[in-house]
Design a protein around this ligand. Structure first.
Ligand code: SF4
Ligand code: SF4
Length: 115
């Protein structure tokens, strides 16, 4: 699956993440992120306001994290359908435009709240 960086996963899921992925995993270096809250490592892509970036992707322990393992079981490597829905009204798959707007708003609200 090709992640389109819509940010939905980094808002919608409960996930345990490291505060700092350059430091060793430990209880004091971890956060239990709750669903509907933006991950503190999630930022808007300054070059594309609809897309998001993870500030930790290049850090040492990221490859061992649940975030890195997150994927979708498919025979082919295709664009993420949820991301396509959020970013493009999922024109290829007939995503309901109301659902697209709802998901975009959920991401925006969570990012706005996180400052
Ligand atoms: S660490 Fe990065 S990939 Fe994982 S939830 Fe946070 S922003 Fe998303
Ligand atoms: S919903 Fe898809 S495109 Fe959006 S962040 Fe998750 S994997 Fe990436």
């Amino acid at each position: 699956m090709i992640c389109l960086r819509c940010g939905y996963c980094c808002v919608a899921y409960d996930v345990t993440i490291l505060k700092d992925f350059s430091k060793e995993p430990s209880e004091s270096n971890s956060i239990n992120k709750q669903n509907s809250k933006a991950c503190p490592h999630l930022i808007r892509d300054p070059d594309d306001k609809l897309r998001t970036l993870c500030t930790q992707h290049d850090k040492k322990y990221f490859e061992d994290s649940p975030c890195d393992r997150h994927s979708q079981i498919e025979r082919r490597n295709t664009n993420c359908r949820t991301g396509d829905c959020v970013l493009n009204n999922n024109k290829n798959f007939g995503c309901d435009p109301h659902l697209s707007k709802f998901l975009l708003k959920k991401i925006k609200t969570a990012l706005d709240r996180s400052g």
